[in-house]
Design a protein around this ligand. Sequence first.
Ligand code: ATP
Length: 582
Amino acid sequence: MNPYQWVWQYARHSRWQITLASLLIIVNALGVVAVPLLGGIIVDVVINQRHLNLLLPLLAGMVGITLIRTVMRYCYIILWERVGQNSLYDIRHDLFTKLQSLDYPFFNSVTNGDIMARLTGDTDAIRHFLCWVTYNTAECVLWFLTAVIVMGWLNWQLMLALIILTPIIAWLTTRMSTEAHTVFFDIRQSFAHLNAMVEENISGNRIVRAFAREDYEIEKFQQLNHDYKEKNMASAAVSRRYLPTLDFLASLLSVIVLLLGSILVINHQMSLGQLVSFNGFLWMLNQPMRMSGWLINDIQRFSAATIKIRSMLNTQPTIITTKSQQVVPIRGAVQFQHVDFAFPDTPQVNALLDINFTVEPGQTLGILGETGSGKTTLMNLTARFYDPTNGRILIDGRDIQQWSAQDLRNQITIVTQDLFLFSDTITDNINYGNHDASIPFIREMAAIADANNFIDQMPDGYDTVVGERGVGLSGGQKQRISLTRALVKDPRILILDDTTSALDMETEATIQQRLKTITKNKTVFIIASRISSLRHADHIIVLRHGEIIEQGNHESLLAQNGYYAETYRRQLGLIKDAKGDE
Ligand SMILES: Nc1ncnc2c1ncn2[C@@H]1O[C@H](COP(=O)(O)OP(=O)(O)OP(=O)(O)O)[C@@H](O)[C@H]1O
């Protein structure tokens, strides 16, 4: 499918507007011939033959036709704008819907800036194509053809003399089109890089300030800015190489007409009025020639934009998240059977290797392991953000791949380490996964997560708007709001990925105590680096380099006297030290 067929899929919904606009363009292009023809009649009939009484009606005709054409042009410009905006609306909708269906592997491989470039700059290039390039191209083609026919009818010898230039123009525009295609693709890529850099800089502005790396960032930006400028200069160079030649050829037409036309008039092979008409049609030939270069630029920009947009629309999620007619409830039994996993971009490295464990509904699984040992990855597999490369994961005895990912994610909630809060009120952040949650329920869950008190003390309580990414809240406050959000969703399986790490041990212990009351019939996974957070779990696994090196309950793990026991002793010592210091 070429870019035009692709964009037609969207534009065809506005068929009647396109038909009406096309008719108006054709009639308007035909109407163009009236004014030069009337001009010729004025010269031959009114001036030469002294029929002065016809002057006013002919002039009125000229003005009338021009007015009607102006109204028609106004109408089809509006119609094309509608076609463009309607199509763009659908394209943006499809892009955003696709974005919601794509999963981790896509977001791991494409930068936010690139995605934003597709949703903004690329869609704008398509809008420009549909709303402007289409009717301008149609006008140019129609003017050119009409001019060729009418001028040929007026004097075919003179017309032939002009048409000789057409192959040169066609050759120039084809060359320009080929060169512009590569250049516009480069510009588009460069813009995406610039966008990605700025996006990252804004998201990471606190880190930039903290490390006083503003100058480094400016330098980095300047390099990309320079690259973007150079790419645009390359585009200007392509225009510079061809547009003046096209302009020159267009101007040459006037010289040919005046030179040959004068000879024909002097030899009585053409009337003066016909020469005036002929000259009046000239702009219909040279305007398309002049415009062709610009239109080619815009068409190539459109073509480059569609490549990126279509590649995103054609990307298939690795895990299809179809909604089932009726949500199948989860009881909460989770079993890993010889599970291996490698990330798609590093298939040779196993992030998890031969993982085996079983958790019954209502039980709590604790996961301990040094950083990078695979704890988060294991949780991401449980919520089916990735599928294992080998082995099976069973939820309630059924292979996870037979579950609808939507059903799973509706009933499994992960409180991730990335504590993302939307720029919205605290209530809307908390009930994000359960819009029907009542205020008393929200408050009850907030109390369990030890969030109720500090939220009540905020200027507008639960209606306080928290900034982008939760600016204005401490790490511990964000953790508690995130935990409340997960509890309000009331999932069957609750996964807490280092959720209480920013809290002091006393607050953490209080929250854990309260959590027990509402998680009796939930399966809970707790990832933590503090043994105090895990010791009451029914089953604990210890990960190292993606493998389980120890598992059991707190007592049996202490008895094994391995990594767990050593960590416990170290942490106990630290606690004692801390108490001793007091
Ligand atoms: N998207 C990814 N692509 C490739 N490798 C990844 C990706 N995400 C994580 N890894 C690698 O997989 C391994 C396990 O990462 P994971 O995030 O599961 O560790 P973790 O135990 O949760 O660490 P932490 O305690 O620091 O959160 C790490 O070596 C990490 O570098």
